[in-house]
Design a protein around this ligand. Structure first.
Ligand SMILES: [Fe+2]
Ligand SMILES: [Fe+2]
Length: 138
């Protein structure tokens, strides 16, 4: 049985929603702290915080499903996501250029890495759609 939306409209909805927000904030907090720990050379701390962030992301996904925030049309969602990720590469690179123009060269380099990640996300999602999810359309 799918868990999608089972708490929506029940006495659990508000509590699940609060946890969804808290877990999402936890993802940002732990990944942000992991970056700062790595900057200080505390790689073991950074590694642990990244693992915690992954857990919190998984928890957030659970609560999002429970309260029905996820569209179950996987093909439609991933088709949209693939386009957004691909477009994101150029948009994030534009952000990197702005950062560089303000003299934030190190940040610009890191943002460019993120831009490449977005482009890669688009490519892998498109490949996934072709390989696994759109087979029935052939
Ligand atoms: Fe959690
Ligand atoms: Fe992405």
């Amino acid at each position: 049985m799918s868990l999608l939306g089972i708490t929506k409209g029940t006495d659990l909805e508000n509590e699940v929603e609060r946890y969804l927000k808290a877990e999402s904030q936890g993802v940002v907090m732990y990944y942000g702290l992991a970056r700062l720990a790595a900057e200080k050379g505390l790689d073991d701390v950074a590694d642990l915080l990244i693992k915690l962030a992954g857990d919190e992301a998984r928890h957030a996904g659970l609560y999002a499903v429970l309260n029905g925030h996820i569209n179950q049309d996987i093909i439609a969602v991933l088709t949209h996501a693939a386009k957004a990720e691909t477009a994101g590469r150029e948009q994030i690179n534009a952000l990197a250029n702005k950062a560089r123009s303000l003299g934030f060269d190190e940040a610009a380099c890191e943002i460019e890495v993120a831009a490449e990640d977005e482009g890669r996300h688009g490519i892998v999602l498109e490949a996934l759609l072709k390989k696994h999810l759109l087979v029935s359309d052939k």
